[in-house]
Design a protein around this ligand. Structure first.
Ligand SMILES: Cc1cc2nc3c(=O)[nH]c(=O)nc-3n(C[C@H](O)[C@H](O)[C@H](O)COP(=O)(O)OP(=O)(O)OC[C@H]3O[C@@H](n4cnc5c(N)ncnc54)[C@H](O)[C@@H]3O)c2cc1C
Length: 416
């Protein structure tokens, strides 16, 4: 049976990065990937531009990362930090640039250049890579791991699971390793889609579909605000999308399982008070009292949104001349512009998700990311129950966890 010092399961962001780091120390590594190519997900990141990390990550750890284990300190992000990551990418020849919201990208603004560079580096460092080999079983006999794949069986002294979560399963991260990890004694926090569009309940979603508008979105559970985000909102026929919605979806769990009481409240005039918005609406109506209600508000709101909001305000015919509309409807309209609330009924699922909520319980790993259940078993990246915000935070988690495991496997860290 072929034996290696270290086997890494998963040729995604964290598995490939770790293979390169270990190759620099002359470690004998076999990287096993179920797909016909490595880094399939990385290719799709950042809308094809690969938002590799975020300049502010070290200042924002507690705000930008969540784990079901609320006591978890995300120590890998400090153990192998942003500076270590930037230095290593620079040593591989990758130049980065910083764009909006401190997001860092390859200078080419093409994720393919990051994938090509990582693939080239694997070749240069002569890492053993087996494609089209899915790991189907792991057993430990004495100090040796026996790793069965769809093609063969291997032995190793140290095993690293870098198999990702369940978001975008078509890229390979299909959750198949969770079952194997359960078999090894790990508790898996139920994986759920995150960084994903939300399904809403409202009779006018079809009519609203395609409307884009800036504003804030607040996620509420039993009337308590869980989180508020600002940016471009996009209505769809199933509900709502846009950057603030993906960010808010991090906080849907576990409330979504409870089913009821989860609301999304939209504010289309976040910079104005409710009183100011009321004044704007009443003044507009008075100034253009001869125009139809539809036409009066065209300078304030996207056209497709107006008839829906007018009906929601109790006005049966949006074509009514505004001078004939009772003030109560205008006041209600102003209220809706500040606080339009929808029940959240679900998400668009793993196929559309950019992240996974849940995974291996962080209580079950040491600061080296070695399993507390199985000696010499390590975990990196999204397979762990850690979820970062959109903006480069999840890839930084992949790089930092890989860097931490590299330190553990090269004797630079000990936590037994
Ligand atoms: C559309 C999209 C856009 C994103 N954009 C960004 C972004 O711009 N910035 C950011 O920070 N994050 C982004 N993310 C998240 C980020 O890509 C992931 O968090 C990151 O890739 C996780 O790295 P990983 O190594 O844990 O897993 P992955 O990169 O998912 O890699 C896991 C690998 O393991 C392999 N594998 C799984 N099971 C097995 C098995 N049984 N046997 C063998 N191999 C197996 C898979 O085929 C896969 O190649 C995005 C995600 C998506 C889906």
């Amino acid at each position: 049976m072929e034996k290696h010092e270290i086997i890494i399961v998963g040729g995604g962001a964290s598995g490939v990065y770790l293979s390169l780091l270990l190759a620099d120390y002359g470690k004998d590594v076999l990287l096993l990937e179920s797909k016909d190519r490595i880094l399939k997900k990385l290719l799709t990141t950042g809308n094809g531009r690969c938002n590799i990390t975020n300049e502010t990550v070290m200042d924002k750890i507690s705000d930008m990362y969540t784990s079901e284990n609320s006591a978890y300190d995300f120590s890998p992000l400090r153990e192998y930090d942003l500076e270590d990551t930037l230095n290593y990418f620079s040593s591989l020849g990758l130049n980065l640039t910083t764009l909006e919201d401190h997001k860092m990208y390859p200078h080419s603004l093409q994720s393919s250049s990051v994938v090509d560079l990582l693939r080239l580096s694997l070749e240069e460092k002569e890492v053993h890579l087996n494609l089209n080999e899915k790991v189907t079983d792991v057993k430990k006999k004495g100090k040796t791991f026996l790793v069965t794949t769809t093609v063969s069986q291997y032995a190793c002294d140290k095993l690293v699971i870098s198999s990702g979560g369940m978001a975008a399963p078509g890229t390979g991260s299909d959750g198949s390793m969770y079952k194997i990890l359960r078999g090894l004694g790990h508790h898996i926090i139920t994986p759920m889609p995150s960084l994903v569009q939300m399904k809403l309940s409202h009779p006018s979603l079809k009519a609203l579909s395609g409307v884009k508008i800036n504003g804030t979105a607040a996620l509420l559970m039993n009337e308590a605000v869980l989180r508020t985000e600002e940016g471009e909102l996009l209505f769809t026929d199933y509900g709502i999308s846009g950057p603030p919605i993906l960010q808010l979806s991090r906080f849907l769990h576990p409330h979504l399982q409870e089913g009821k009481g989860l609301l999304l409240s939209l504010d289309f005039f976040p910079e104005k008070s409710a009183e100011e918005v009321k004044e704007i609406i009443l003044n507009h109506a008075a100034l253009f009292s001869y125009r139809s209600s539809m036409d009066v508000f065209k300078s304030l709101l996207p056209s497709k949104l107006i008839p829906v909001l007018l009906r929601e305000s109790g006005l049966e015919r949006p074509s009514t001349v505004i001078g004939e509309v009772e003030p109560i409807h205008l006041i209600r309209l102003a209220q809706l512009l500040k606080e339009w609330t929808f029940p959240v009924t679900g998400t668009q699922g793993f196929n559309m998700a950019q992240g996974t909520y849940g995974g291996v319980d962080t209580k079950e790993v040491r600061s080296t990311l070695e399993s507390k259940k199985v000696q010499d078993l390590y975990l990196t990246g999204e397979v762990l129950d850690v979820l970062g915000a959109c903006g480069g935070f999840n890839l930084q988690w992949a790089w930092s966890t890989a860097g931490t495991v590299m330190k553990a496997l090269t004797g630079q860290m000990d936590d037994r």
